[in-house]
Design a protein around this ligand. Structure first.
Ligand SMILES: [Zn+2]
Length: 382
């Protein structure tokens, strides 16, 4: 299978840049939700994750009730699937919503995005963890009702507002913030892979990355390396510091705008393929993507100093760095080959890299990333 069969290369002409219309991040901002929503219309359909509804339902209702706003709250059904999207779209249409608000995790947000696009309403997204870079993008990931990955949907519109209450996000279990760093860690190496391969980004009809997009991807990396450890140490004590705010921004805004404007690559392609070993999705997206970054660096033949810097960061913030850490013992060459084959399916992000790719090569990169990481662990103990 040749790369050109699955990846469109750019002409190198023009630029495309996309981002949410507005991004607001501050502690306590959830209490101003009504005020924010009213800027887009007076009728809002509000889709809320069940856990968030039980924890913050009263607060959300109060925040919306204090204003000249008609709203209807719906509990998210658990999967961003075609029937769930249809259910929410139908409810939003019946309510004649001007705005669809999605409050919760990635699947809740994506369902709200799809419904807003389907009825031509404004889109307000309120992530309650900083675990992925999904909130800012014009992309939704659809699953089957059983929870299997179905397809990525390019919606053509970014959220009009992404509203992050830093206090809510910082109070979520630390695993989410750390996983978000794993996802954000892929943004720059994958942007660079796409840039070097002269590939189009994910903006609109696909354009070459802009300097702004590349700059944001690079800045995402700098902020992670600068503030990641301090943010983890503070957030696990429930402390909201500037380092935590910086990492919430890096995980949510910089990573989201960065990947959409520059493209993803083999860190996502390989980690998507980990589903063959993690059918129940026990691992968070960013936990898998972090290890995918190590694989990407090996696959591209980056120098060992960069591998070490990346590994050290992952270790310090608490991201898994070996196959054992992710899947437990017993993952060897046979399993790595299974992952590699799945990672090279038609249209997989793994192809978004310069140079030829083979199942052998990707298998070797996965195993070598694991071995190098394990060797560093052992050195650490001596
Ligand atoms: Zn991701």
């Amino acid at each position: 299978m040749g790369q050109t069969a699955v990846v469109e290369r750019t002409s190198g002409q023009g630029r495309g840049f996309g981002s949410p219309g507005k991004y607001i991040q501050r502690a306590g901002e959830l209490d101003r939700l009504g005020e924010h929503v009213l800027g887009y219309g007076s009728r809002a359909l509000v889709l809320v994750d069940p856990f968030i509804l039980s924890k913050f339902g009263a607060r959300i209702t109060e925040a919306l009730t204090n204003h000249d706003l008609e709203f209807e709250t719906l509990q998210f059904g658990g999967e961003c699937s075609a029937p769930e999207i249809e259910r929410i779209t139908a409810a939003a249409r019946k309510f004649q919503a001007h705005v669809v608000v999605g409050i919760g995790g990635g699947k809740t947000m994506d369902t709200a995005k799809c419904a807003a696009v389907d009825i031509g309403a404004y889109m307000v997204i309120v992530p309650t963890t900083a675990s992925t870079d999904a909130p800012c993008s014009a992309i939704a990931v659809r699953y089957t009702p059983e929870g299997q990955l179905d397809t990525g949907l390019f919606l053509g519109r970014n959220p009009d507002l992404v509203l992050v209450d830093s206090a809510v996000v910082a109070a979520a279990p630390i695993r989410y913030l750390v996983a978000g760093m794993g996802d954000a860690l892929s943004t720059w190496p994958e942007a660079r892979a796409n840039y070097e391969a002269r590939l189009d980004n994910f903006v609109g009809a696909r354009y070459p990355a802009s300097a702004a997009g590349l700059g944001i991807a690079k800045l995402c990396h700098q902020v992670l390396l600068r503030d990641g450890i301090a943010a983890r140490l503070a957030a696990e004590q429930g402390l909201l510091t500037p380092a935590v705010e910086n990492i919430v921004e890096a995980n949510t805004l910089l990573s989201g705008v960065g990947f959409e404007n520059c493209g993803v690559s083999a860190a996502h392609g390989i980690s998507d393929a980990f589903a063959v070993l993690d059918p129940d999705h026990k691992l968070l997206h960013g936990e898998k993507v972090g290890f995918g970054v190590l694989c990407l660096l090996v696959l591209e033949g980056r120098d060992s100093a960069e591998f070490y810097e990346t590994w050290r960061f992952m270790r310090d913030v608490g991201l898994p760095t070996r196959l054992d850490d992710l899947f437990g013992p017993g993952v060897g060459p046979k399993e790595a080959r299974l992952i590699a084959s799945a990672a090279l399916g038609d249209g997989a992000s793994t192809w978004r890299i310069s140079g030829p790719l083979t199942v052998d090569g990707v298998t070797a990169a996965i195993l070598a990333a694991d071995r190098q990481s394990d060797a560093l662990h052992k050195l650490e103990r001596t």
